[in-house]
Unconditional design. Structure first.
Length: 309
């Protein structure tokens, strides 16, 4: 027995966007980026965005042969596309700083044509901003002053402090264990350094010695484009960095080639759609002409029958 109340039917779920539709949406947003991606929040800007999205919706539905997409669906899809592209870029950027090893990282994906368009539209909001006035560079010890003024006209020597117990065991064997703290060890190191400085022989020193070539073991740079210390470990890291750079160059070329192929394929598909439209219009015109001729012929026959009657 019906009570006369109809239940609200849930609208049918629309089909997923195809790759071609997402690419077309990104291209249309790129043409209207100055309005759609405008960060101002005024009433006029809001109305301009609504008008731009309505126009984009009409162009989108006119250029595709799939399901009809509403403005709300296109806006939501564009937001999700930006999130997906940004997440993919962050995962690829994070993978560059990994040291290798462990299971395979399946989050690394090649940049798609859609990612390239999104990157071109939102720019630094996807890649982040580089620090221009600050960085994580650590100042080396050689840049620090060797002596500081502590007042009363005296200066205090600044020495690199390293806890080397083996070099001071002979000097504090007779000291109790409770007195072997950091301050005592620092004083011992200072006295030892002063003794060594006082016993050094500088009779054969000349300023010309400053022009002698730097030892290869002490060199902090190596020939080539990559700068690093010449120890074996850092050489391996340099080689790995060079290989990564070559690999990234190859990936960039592959991405550019894939982008060109995708654009070419999209252009061919658009030409095919235009050709189908043209054929349908011609068929429609032929049918209309044929129906007009049939109508005129029937009308002529009816007039002739009336004249005989």
């Amino acid at each position: 027995m019906s009570c006369g109340i109809e239940k609200n039917e849930t609208p049918a779920r629309a089909k997923n966007f195809t790759n071609e539709e997402v690419l077309l949406l990104s291209e249309l947003v790129g043409k209207n980026r100055s309005v759609i991606e405008n960060k101002q929040s005024g009433v006029i800007t809001h109305k301009q965005k609504e008008a731009a999205w309505q126009k984009l919706t009409m162009e989108f539905n006119a250029s595709t042969s799939g399901d009809h997409r509403s403005t709300k669906m296109l806006i939501e899809k564009w937001r999700n596309t930006k999130k997906t592209s940004t997440k993919s870029y962050s995962a690829n950027k994070k993978s560059l700083y990994k040291t290798g090893g462990g299971p395979k990282d399946f989050s690394i994906v090649l940049e798609t044509p859609v990612d390239a368009i999104v990157h071109d539209i939102i720019g630094a909001r996807m890649t982040g901003y580089e620090a221009e006035c600050d960085s994580d560079y650590v100042v080396a010890n050689e840049h620090l002053p060797q002596a500081v003024d502590i007042g009363n006209g005296s200066k205090e020597q600044i020495l690199p402090f390293e806890m080397n117990l083996s070099s001071t065991n002979e000097q504090h064997d007779n000291l109790p264990s409770s007195s072997l703290n950091e301050s005592n060890l620092a004083v011992m190191h200072l006295h030892k350094y002063e003794e060594q400085q006082g016993q050094a022989d500088w009779s054969d020193y000349s300023p010309a010695l400053l022009k002698t070539p730097t030892s290869k073991l002490l060199s902090t740079t190596k020939a080539g484009t990559t700068k690093a210390t010449t120890c074996r470990t850092n050489e391996k890291w340099c080689n790995l960095a060079d290989k990564k750079s070559e690999f990234l160059d190859i990936l960039q070329k592959l991405r550019e080639k894939e982008l060109e192929e995708a654009v070419k394929k999209h252009q061919e598909e658009r030409e095919l759609v235009q050709l189908k439209k043209k054929i349908l219009l011609e068929e429609h015109q032929l049918k209309m002409e044929q129906m007009g001729e049939e109508h005129a012929l029937k009308l002529k026959l009816m007039l002739e029958r009336k004249s005989f009657m």
